[in-house]
Every structure is written in C-alpha cells, then in structure tokens.
Design a protein around this ligand. Structure first.
Ligand SMILES: [Zn+2]
Ligand SMILES: [Zn+2]
Length: 326
C-alpha cells in the first residue's frame, strides 16, 4: 500500500513559448507541465517543455525503485505550448513504461493522430511509433469521469452518471469541464483525492461577472491553478506598443481572483505567464490578484504544494525549489 500523498509540482508555468534567460530564473521559462502525485500514482497535466525534466526524473525514480514508470497524461488541449515537450519526454521512450494518455478530440481527427502530428518527419526525426513505452490514447468528452480505484494505478473512464455515487476517499477522481473561452476550446480538470480537490484551469479567459461555470466546477477547491497571462493594462491595450489581448483566450490576475473568490477556493496559484514577462512583472500579477483574493501565489518551476497540509503558509511555499537535483 502506498503512503498517502497528494502533491502538485510545477515543471513549466509559461504560456505561448519558452522564456529562458536571466529575467525569468525565479519563475522559470518552461511551458506548461504539472505533476500530480496521488498516493503512488503519477498524473501529468500537459506536455509543454516542463515535461522534459519531469521525464528524466520519472525514469530516475523508476531506476531507483526498480519499478517500471507508469503515468497518466492529461492534455488540456493540443496547442504547441502544451505539447512541444512530448517528443523529448524520455519516459515515452522507456521500453517498460506505461502511459495512459487522455485529451480532447480535435475536430474530425483522433487524439492519437493529433499527438502524432507533433512529431512527423521532416519536422522531427522520429514518429510516435518510435516511442518504446506502451501507450493507450483516449479522447475525453465532457460527460467522462476518470477514476483510479483504491489501490489501482491505472484509471478507468466512466460516464458521469456512473460516477454519481461518492468515490472512496482513497480513490482518485478526475472530472473535466470544457471551456469555450479559448480558441478551439480547452479541457479544465478537477482532481479529487483523500477529501481534497485540485482544479487546473489554464488557457481560459474570464467573463464579465466571473466565469460562473468554472466557479461552480472549482467550488471549495483546496488549490485552484488559474491562467493569468496578462496584466490588466496589457489585456486592455494600455501598454504602449502592445495590442489589446481581449479574446485571445487568456485571463488577467483579477479574473483568476474573481473565480477563486466565487468558488471559495482555499489557495489560488497563477500560471501561464506571458513569455515576455520578467520575474518582477509576475510579482506584480500576484500583487494584483491579492487585492481581490489575498491567498494568491505565483506558480513557479520547482514549487511543490502539499494538499494534505492546508495550513501551510503560502508565503513560505514561495521559498526555494523542491525539485531534487538530478
Ligand atoms: Zn497555452
Ligand atoms: Zn492554448
């Protein structure tokens, strides 16, 4: 039996494209990838460049434990900044690894087809078939629920009507919401385990009077991670030389804070920062969010949040990274 745990670790928090360099060393420059550990199970949200470091660590953990790597990868959508790390995800090349991959269907093509297109010669030397891990790839609809029963390391897809009975606290339940506030739509995820809830809402734009569907979906979440790509001034086109970004499908910290407030979330972590923003500019986003929702922090590379320790001071959680050196 695995030790009880429910943690969230950020491996990539940048939107649009990677942003390495001296101005982003605190927040990090990798694009979206988040690791969730739930009593021995590994779930990964998105495969931006952050997944590259995570893959190395998963393989290293497997070598240390003597157990084959196994992970469930949940895609919010298939835009570049959420898939571009996948061709370099070393766990997908591990011959003993098992990957359960879920994401939205895209128009008339299967998820496997769309994922395969991220690595096609001549744009990339290898194809999906060259990856050695055993992979099962499934599309998710809004009525699907994923559940890992107590003691199981692989999820089963259920229709939501079969998942109305409360799951046992030891199980892991993943529900999803389709957001229309991003080009091509996007899946937002709610992961519940041991009576705690984590909601991941990246690549979504707020509405006038708050995104009420999302506030209901995120109700009483212990941790809400929400898109906050643009400052209020940038969003409104008030920054000289930059266009207004209204309608691009991304939020301001104020929109994120409004959802956190309406949802009665315990902690809000901002994410998907504009790649041109420095560490100082991200600090300003947090200051802005705290005006409406004081318990707000910046998601940043290397930060691990432990959902089983809700009393932890979010300010202390901003201390140095916890990702082990390789
Ligand atoms: Zn994105
Ligand atoms: Zn996107």
């Amino acid at each position: 039996m695995n030790e009880q745990e429910f943690t969230v670790t950020f491996w990539g928090v940048r939107g649009s494209y990677p942003a390495p360099g001296p101005d982003t060393t605190h927040i990090g420059g990798n694009t979206t990838s988040v690791e969730v550990r739930a009593s021995g199970r590994t779930l990964i949200l998105d495969a931006g460049t952050g997944i590259i470091g995570l893959g190395r660590q998963l393989n290293q953990r497997a070598a240390t434990s003597g157990q084959a790597p196994q992970a469930t990868l949940l895609f919010t959508h298939m835009h570049h900044d959420h898939t571009q790390g996948f061709p370099f995800f070393s766990t997908a090349y591990h011959p003993a690894a098992r990957l359960h991959i879920f994401g939205p269907a895209a128009f008339d093509r299967s998820l496997a087809e769309v994922l395969g297109q991220t690595m096609v010669p001549p744009n990339f030397p290898l194809t999906l078939k060259d990856m050695n891990a055993s992979m099962d790839i499934h599309e998710l609809g809004q009525t699907d629920v994923l559940r890992f029963e107590a003691g199981e390391s692989a999820p089963r897809a259920l229709h939501f009507s079969d998942a109305l009975q409360p799951a046992s606290p030891e199980s892991v339940q993943v529900r999803l919401m389709r957001s229309y506030a991003h080009p091509g739509t996007v899946l937002l995820y709610r992961i519940e385990h041991l009576g705690k809830a984590f909601v991941f809402a990246s690549d979504t734009e707020g509405y006038v009077h708050t995104d009420r569907r999302l506030a209901t979906f995120a109700l009483k979440a212990d941790l809400l991670v929400h898109d906050a790509q643009y400052s209020e001034a940038h969003y409104l086109g008030l920054v000289r030389g930059l266009p207004a970004t209204q309608g691009y499908g991304h939020s301001t910290p104020r929109m994120a804070a409004e959802v956190a407030l309406a949802a009665e979330a315990k902690l809000l972590a901002l994410t998907h920062y504009d790649p041109t923003y420095t560490d100082e500019q991200v600090d300003e986003l947090v200051t802005c969010a705290r005006r409406d929702f004081p318990n707000s922090i910046a998601a940043r590379e290397g930060l691990t949040l432990d959902l089983l320790q809700p009393e932890a001071d979010p300010v202390l959680l901003q201390q140095p990274a916890t990702i082990a050196a390789e």
